[in-house]
Write a protein that binds this ligand. Structure first.
Ligand code: NIG
Ligand code: FE
Length: 435
């Protein structure tokens, strides 16, 4: 049982109250439900009360001595940020490809020549479990320092059973050992492995008949994701893979319409995916279908920025009624960042979203994109005590003042884990536990 935490007197406390049942759409994405001079009481890891400082003092004033008090005067308090799309567990980096792209090579050219995803696949295959764990653990520390308390993590740098299993086992172990929650997605369908280049359907068969059933049986993932893209998996192959996942209880997600229009958004709506991600080239018809079905559009403006492509049209998607979430897409090829706040800034400047909308997109809508809307993503009684405190006095300033890490304090499961922008000492004890 952890000590009570009393976060007091924030200049703005963003609660996003009332959003647990479904992601927010249209105008509701701007309704942050801010409390000025706001306070939160957390006990046993769970939020017990949210209100003005005056209200909470009246309720808990006689128990002040029992609590760790966090003074948020002059600060912005939000739900812990949620990153719903990462390739967290991977080995190595690809700055050589960055350099090639700056000189004119394209992302797909590099991949088709055996680099790109294939390069990280070789590095991930070669890495030991311990090495993968340590590299990914360090990235999770960085996520936490940027205010993120939950991340989704995909496999997909193996594309054969042994390495996919290693990645999923590392993600599971990270979820157990690191304070950041890690939610797993199987993405064996991340690329066509080189040895199946001439016969991709045989790889689809392997996924459907062997890998997906094993992942489900071992309980190693909740979601099943496909890179549905020209030159990777066709919409028909993607459908077969996602339907197979569904039969085994894995919820579909899609990397959709990233590089060319390929009816990925339409497919997401058809198979009842929880999210369709990227969507740079999604058609109007596909977006309308997603809005109708409530499929979350996970937008990754860091990827467009890093690949020097035009961003997805977030403004249009919100106006169409698609519930929009934001994510880093953290991966070594197309978005090597952990800074969700920077992604929020790109959401404003590159996708026409407002400062209020990007907060909704990186908290409650992101939580819904990973089926966690009832547990995290808003500050409400009964939810996890996951809170981020920023050193700015209002939410607009968070996006306005960019390129700076404004995170001051992070509370995870009701425990202070980042203080004054630094990881807490106590945290390093759990870090050093045997992996
Ligand atoms: O989401 N688009 C495919 N997959 C990743 C990139 C992975 C990589 O380049 O290593 C993405 O952008
Ligand atoms: Fe991705």
């Amino acid at each position: 049982m952890s000590k009570a935490i009393f976060i007091r007197n924030a200049s703005q406390l963003v609660t996003l109250e009332g959003s647990s049942h479904a992601p927010l759409v249209k105008e509701a994405m701007s309704e942050l439900r801010i409390i000025e001079n706001g306070s939160v009481w957390i006990e046993d890891g769970i939020i017990q009360a949210v209100g003005t400082d005056e209200e909470l003092l009246a309720e808990y004033g006689d128990r002040l001595g029992e609590a760790e008090v966090v003074d948020a005067t002059g600060k912005l308090v939000t739900p812990g940020l949620v990153d719903p799309h990462t390739h967290l567990v991977h080995a190595g980096s690809r700055e050589n490809e960055f350099n090639m792209r700056l000189q004119g090579a394209t992302y797909m050219e590099i991949m088709n020549a055996g680099g790109g995803i294939h390069a990280t696949t070789s590095a991930t295959k070669a890495a030991s479990h311990q090495q993968l764990y340590e590299e990914s653990y360090a990235r999770l520390d960085q996520f936490l320092l940027h205010g993120v308390t939950t991340v989704e993590a995909k496999s997909g740098y193996g594309m054969e059973w042994e390495t996919e299993l290693k990645q999923l086992e590392v993600a599971k172990q990270l979820n157990e050992k690191h304070v950041v929650d890690v939610v797993s997605t199987f993405m064996g369908a991340h690329a066509i492995p080189k040895e199946f280049k001439e016969n991709p359907d045989e790889y689809v068969r392997l996924l459907v008949e062997e890998m997906i059933p094993k992942v489900a049986e071992l309980g190693l993932a909740e979601f099943n994701d496909v890179f549905c893209e020209h030159g990777v998996f066709t919409p028909d192959q993607s459908r077969v893979i996602l339907e197979a996942g569904k039969r085994h209880g894995l919820i579909p997600k899609i990397h959709a319409d990233e590089i060319v229009a390929y009816e990925g958004a339409e497919l997401a709506a058809e198979v009842g995916a929880i999210s369709a991600d990227h969507l740079l080239k999604a058609s109007e018809k596909g977006l309308a279908a997603m809005a109708k079905k409530g499929v979350v559009g996970v937008l990754l403006p860091g990827t467009a920025y890093f690949l020097m492509a035009e961003s997805a049209n977030g403004r249009k998607m919100i106006d169409t009624g698609v519930p929009v979430a934001l994510s880093t897409d953290c991966n070594p090829g197309s978005s090597p960042t952990v800074s969700l706040p920077f992604i929020m800034n790109l959401g404003c400047l590159k996708m026409g979203m407002t400062p209020a909308e990007v907060i909704t997109a990186a908290t409650i809508n992101a939580a819904h994109a990973i089926n966690r809307g009832s547990e995290i993503g808003s500050l409400e009684v009964g939810k996890k005590g996951d809170v981020t405190i920023f050193n700015v006095n209002n939410y607009m300033k968070l996006q306005y003042s960019y390129g700076v890490n404004h995170v001051d304090t992070v509370v995870k499961n009701g425990v202070v884990v980042v203080k004054g922008g630094q990881l807490c000492e106590e945290l390093s004890f759990s870090k050093n536990e045997s992996a």
